[in-house]
Design a protein around this ligand. Structure first.
Ligand code: F6P
Length: 405
């Protein structure tokens, strides 16, 4: 008999808890697995020996259904960067001690490219010290910027929210007779996947978003103003999608940096709003979708949530087959009918790397998205969650605050 541990890391998404359910539900089916521990605040919980018995928290099928539809990370999260083992081994010894003390034979880390660095480093350390603890990464991020995998759990739901919100903003923006510009700031650190996904509206006959700016294309204020003027000559209300990560002068975005050296990017929408107001002088509004795009499970994609659960379950089977240092990935077989298979990749090939929008997803002017991209995005946003509600509001599963402290 072995015990297992699971943790969640990085920024919230709608699908991380569904992957946790995947790990949990699959583990219940395996007679060799006894306790299922949840680590509080990602790897920090293992370091601090702050683990909870998941079987005492998730008691019924109804709990699992609620957890599946609950956004964010029910076990809390972290942005913790493991030092290199040869520079500072103390933290590795601490992790190994917690895991061996509790007879944990497999550790599942649900996270993005930074978290896969932890999977890579830990699996290498355990192998080197002949500790039989398997470490498997389960991908997630709204940024969709993990290499090798076709897409990441959490992205489809965020994309669906962004496109739906953009659709609603479009309806709102066109009511007056005066010309206007609306700028929507969308998350995505260095890659424009989520911003680009707003263009799925084109497949519904919308002309909006009329302009789409992603970090993969260099940005100039002059080019932007010329684009806006041109679109204003064609449309009364111009709707613009802009990625938080486009390169703008220093000082526009927040200067705060996290443990991985990533800057908090926020403020580009306001910056462009000011430029339009000063240089063009029309009615202009900027909207920052901010954290709402990460936790908007009321608009979750069923495809996304189902896949998130499946890839969590596949992670358990992978560890039981003896693998370690692997990340579960999706390989797309076809767009129509949409088919994906789950495979594994080396954590070392995913850790700390980023996947960018292919050039043929961006138009030649670098200010909008092509139809090729739409065929990629479309399957990921399909299907609605049959949400359990209370007072008409989607219900969430929560662990008591005292357990998390
Ligand atoms: O999880 C990815 C991401 O949402 C990025 O798009 C964003 O820039 C960043 O996280 C924000 O980080 P935090 O959760 O630390 O505010």
């Amino acid at each position: 008999m072995i015990n297992i541990a699971v943790a969640q890391s990085g920024g919230p998404t709608c699908a991380i808890n569904a992957s946790l359910v995947g790990v949990f539900r699959e583990s219940l089916k395996v007679p060799e697995i006894d306790a299922i521990f949840g680590s509080i605040n990602g790897i920090e919980g293992i370091i601090n020996n702050h683990l909870v018995d998941m079987k005492s928290i998730i008691n019924t099928n109804n709990d699992m259904e609620l957890l599946r539809q609950t956004p964010s990370t029910v076990l809390g999260s972290c942005r913790y960067k493991l030092p290199d083992a040869n520079e500072d081994e103390a933290v590795y010894r601490q992790i190994a001690e917690t895991l061996t003390q509790r007879n944990i034979g497999a550790f599942f880390y649900i996270g993005g490219n930074d978290s896969m660095d932890t999977v890579n480093k830990l699996s290498a350390y355990f192998a080197e010290h002949e500790l039989n603890i398997k470490v498997i990464g389960i991908p997630k991020t709204i940024d969709n910027d993990l290499c090798i995998t076709d897409h990441t759990p959490g992205f489809g739901s965020a994309a669906k929210y962004v496109a739906t919100t953009m659709h609603e903003i479009t309806r709102d923006s066109i009511v007056y007779s005066i010309p206007s510009v609306t700028i929507v700031e969308i998350m995505g650190r260095h890659a424009g996947w989520l911003t680009a996904s707003s263009a799925v509206l084109h497949a519904m006959g919308e002309t909006a978003p009329h302009l789409v700016y992603v970090p993969e294309v260099s940005f100039s204020e002059e080019g932007f103003l010329a684009d806006v003027r041109q679109e204003m000559s064609k449309h009364k209300a111009v709707i613009i999608a802009v990625s938080e990560g486009i390169a703008v002068p220093d000082g526009v975005q927040s200067g705060v940096v996290d443990n991985f050296g990533h800057k908090y990017l926020s403020g580009i929408g306001k910056y462009l709003e000011d430029i339009v107001r000063t240089k063009i002088g029309c009615k202009v509004r900027s909207i920052e979708l901010n954290v709402m795009q990460r936790c908007s499970s009321h608009l979750g994609s069923k495809t996304d949530i189902d896949e998130a659960e499946s890839i969590g379950a596949a992670g358990v089977r992978c560890a039981l087959s003896g693998e370690t240092g692997k990340v579960m990935v999706f390989r797309r077989v076809a767009d129509v009918p949409y088919t994906v298979v789950i495979e594994t990749a080396e954590a070392a090939d995913i850790a700390n790397r980023e996947k960018f929008l292919p050039r043929d997803y961006i138009n030649s002017a670098g200010n909008n998205i092509t139809d090729t991209a739409l065929s990629y995005f479309m399957p990921l946003i399909q299907g609605d969650l049959n949400l359990i509600t209370e007072n008409g509001i989607p219900k969430h599963f929560a662990i008591h605050e005292s357990v998390l402290r």
